[in-house]
Design a protein around this ligand. Structure first.
Ligand SMILES: Cc1ncc(COP(=O)(O)O)c(C=O)c1O
Length: 354
């Protein structure tokens, strides 16, 4: 079954079944999840009996108040979604109509490409330069009267590089609505949230899937100008974020000093993984501000390397997109995951195996 043109990675149980290995032996480095999982307070909150028989707060009041404190952005400008994926759809529903264009610098997160057509909009892909940096002159010249929306991830998934404030402001000055997706903000430490005071055509997306170790609960949020937040409230499904998810937001933010320890661990591990990947003769890793590292396979076939890793119980992300066909994205995991993937990569011989 093909759900849409964006193919998500398989869940752990399915992957283990396909590979014929026990789930607990799988090393899952294919979806930028946090292997440490959520903080102690979140675990505790979710272990309590929660009012599952009642609908959640459609206005998300307590979670938004906690997020206002965390982000420094007023609660009226914050909306939570069932993952930031849902907010991408809500933005498209609010901002585009059939015949419009959505501009996307590629390569990037596949959801920006797969969703606009479902809302009648066409995707204008604009290639990034060789280092995957934004090509601002090319983007500016690609803009048409029908261009409604620009999607940028900073740092970008899967390439790991951030957008600069100057680049973002050049795009904001066109007046077109720009979505800055900060899914990996906590790993990068750079945010454009202060620009919300200056531009009313900027939206920022964030998620609890990565830093907070809560990908399975599906919690994203957006920071929006007031006019857009008002419009999004009128179109969002009332109960889009569940009782446990809202509870987890409060607990994760209250416990963030503890959870940030895992972010610090992963940032350190990112450096170690990068240095080790550089010693693999057939790989070229790109520097990353996220919890993942993109590698170009310079000798042999990336899909063959993917298969070799999978045979050894290690899952990484491969691509069919021609721009990334010779690349693999490796999520940063536990120190022992780094050691194991490096050992398996060292045992691979591109000429013989690929
Ligand atoms: C750039 C980017 N945006 C959004 C998401 C989706 O996040 P969520 O789990 O909150 O839907 C991801 C997930 O990989 C991502 O990489």
């Amino acid at each position: 079954m093909q759900m849409n043109t964006y193919l998500p990675v398989a869940d752990a149980a399915t992957a283990a079944e396909v590979l014929g290995i026990p789930e607990e032996q799988l090393i899952k480095l294919d979806a930028n999840e946090n292997p440490y999982g959520p903080s102690p307070l979140v675990r505790e909150a979710l272990a309590q009996p929660l009012p599952y028989h009642l609908y959640p707060d459609a206005m998300q009041r307590r979670a938004r108040a906690a997020l206002a404190e965390y982000t420094g952005i007023p609660a009226e400008q914050i909306i939570l979604g069932n993952g930031s994926d849902e907010l991408i759809d809500l933005l498209l529903l609010a901002l585009v109509k059939p015949g419009d264009d959505v501009l996307v610098p590629v390569p990037t997160f596949g959801v920006y490409l797969s969703r606009p057509p479902l809302f009648g909009a066409a995707v204008q892909s604009v290639a990034r330069n060789e280092d995957f940096d934004l090509d601002i002159p090319k983007i500016l010249s690609a803009i048409r009267p029908t261009t409604r929306l620009i999607f940028l991830a900073s740092p970008n998934n899967p390439t790991g590089n951030p957008v600069t404030r100057h680049q973002l402001e050049q795009l904001l000055k066109t007046g077109i609505f720009v979505v800055a997706d900060e899914a990996y903000y906590e790993f990068a430490g750079q945010t454009f949230a202060p620009l919300l005071q200056e531009y009313d055509n900027l939206g920022i997306l964030r998620t609890f899937s990565k830093w907070a170790g809560l990908a399975g609960l599906r919690i994203g949020y957006g920071l929006f100008p007031r006019w857009l937040a008002d419009r999004l409230w009128t179109i969002k499904q009332p109960f889009n974020v569940s009782v446990p998810a809202l509870r987890a937001v409060e607990a994760a933010l209250a416990d963030r000093a503890i959870q940030f320890q895992t972010v610090i661990q992963l940032r350190l591990e990112r450096g170690r993984l990068y240095r080790k990947l550089r010693t693999i003769p057939y790989l070229k890793p790109y520097p990353s501000h996220g919890n993942f590292i993109l590698c170009r396979v310079t000798v042999g076939d990336a899909h063959a390397v993917h298969a070799w890793l999978a045979q050894h119980g290690i899952l990484v992300r491969k691509y069919d997109d021609p721009l990334l066909r010779d690349c693999l994205r490796i999520s940063v995991g536990l120190p022992e995951h780094t050691d194991q993937i490096i050992a398996v990569l060292q045992s691979y011989q591109p000429e013989a195996n690929g």
